[in-house]
Design a protein around this ligand. Structure first.
Ligand SMILES: *Cc1c(COP(=O)(O)O)cnc(C)c1O
Length: 384
């Protein structure tokens, strides 16, 4: 972490020195034998991070989380299909829009801003409407709400409905057991808890969802067609060459390092580390008197209201002047009234970075006239 200001937004996040070094390498050919080996390792490593077995197919494609979202929408759903969106914020709205553009009949279950949708309500909607697939956001970055993805995957299985989860702000931080939970699609982007620069869309697909793609009546756009990418990723996993569209040959070796760090630590410890840091950060923010936006708080970020009378833009600037970059609000219903602090990836192993964040938020708020007890917040963070 060499940048002068510490990046504590919900992506892009700080990256490890090893990932930074790998991402700075000179470009190689996509047919280079070492690249081929690295790409194969990445595809296997992604399954390990999502806790999915060998029958599942990994994809890594140039793009972002939004690209991965749309690929799921167009590979599983034909025009005219009924689908259910479990909407806990802005990214639920975005997925619903993508599915509408695909021509689907889009039904939604939602909750008040900041609240999760109970699994019972999802189960009831599935029974009533018998959709082709359910789409849900594991952690919605606009509200900080975490959904009970295990429960949603279970009721989807029971009803024979495909389950698709947006893990962009959750994967590699929140507990997720793809195969044990029976989830069909999980996707994310490189710049969040995976711990990479932006630039890659990553997703894993169950055998059942791959069959659903094969049975599709209306072909997806070629660039996001799983059937176009499948022979490519299969070839790289088997150590063969293949070409469809040039893979990002500097990002993929860096991703190998990032996934390697996660696999080496072990996913259970990664999940536990994020849970512990989230509760310490929230204890500090509560001790500052800040009110939480999310009633079902995630481990990857905290979304909060600014104290009464504080100008959000001025406060963001004051916190930045203290050396830490945090994010403004994102949900349209409360964007100006809220802000968000990301706590995922390498910073969760760095006590000094976390203390620096608590201090910068507290002092920045004081700078713009809020009455905040920074020392009490630091004591709460330390668990005193
Ligand atoms: C960031 C994010 C996205 C979009 O990812 P981009 O890489 O910005 O396209 C989608 N869903 C969630 C939950 C996110 O946090």
């Amino acid at each position: 972490m060499t940048s002068t200001s510490l990046l504590m937004i919900p992506g892009p996040i700080e990256i490890s020195d090893a990932v930074h070094r790998a991402a700075g390498a000179r470009p190689v050919s996509h047919l280079d034998p070492v690249f081929k080996e690295h790409f194969g390792e990445v595809l296997r490593g992604l399954r390990s991070v999502f806790l999915a077995g060998e029958g599942y197919r990994s994809f890594v494609v140039a793009g972002g989380g939004t690209f991965a979202m749309e690929s799921a929408a167009v590979n599983l759903v034909d025009p005219g299909h009924t689908v259910l969106v479990v909407n806990t914020g802005l990214f639920g709205d975005r997925m619903a829009e993508m599915l509408r553009r695909r021509g689907a009949n889009v039904l939604q279950v939602g909750a008040a801003v900041g609240e999760a949708v109970p699994v019972d309500e999802v189960a009831e909607a599935l029974r009533e409407h018998r959709p082709r697939a359910v789409f849900a956001t594991h952690v919605d970055t606009s509200t900080g709400v975490r959904l009970d993805v295990e429960g949603v995957a279970r009721v989807a299985r029971e009803q024979g409905v495909l389950s698709v989860f947006d893990g962009v702000c959750a994967a590699a931080a929140e507990v997720f057991r793809m195969e044990a939970w029976g989830a069909d699609v999980y996707y994310c982007a490189s710049q969040k808890a995976i711990g990479m620069p932006a630039g890659l869309a990553l997703w894993v697909v169950s055998p059942r969802a791959m069959r659903a793609r094969e049975a599709l009546g209306s072909l997806p756009p070629l660039v996001m067609d799983w059937a176009a990418w499948e022979p490519i990723v299969r070839a790289y996993e088997e150590g063969r060459n293949a070409y469809f569209s040039t893979p990002p040959t500097t990002l993929i070796p860096a991703l190998r390092v990032a996934l390697g760090e996660l696999v080496e630590e072990g996913m259970e410890r990664v999940f536990e580390r994020h849970a512990r840091v989230a509760s310490r950060m929230r204890a500090a923010f509560r001790a500052m008197g800040l009110r939480m936006l999310s009633q079902a708080p995630a481990n990857t970020l905290t979304a909060m209201y600014w104290p009464d009378g504080v100008d959000g833009a001025a406060a963001l600037g004051a916190i930045r002047a203290r050396g830490v970059v945090v994010a403004g609000g994102l949900h349209p219903s409360c964007a100006a009234a809220t802000f968000r602090v990301g706590h995922m990836g390498v910073v969760t192993r760095d006590e000094r970075a976390l203390v620096r964040t608590v201090r910068a938020v507290g002092e920045g708020l004081s700078d713009v006239g809020a009455s905040v007890d920074v020392e009490a917040a630091l004591r709460a963070f330390e668990g005193v």
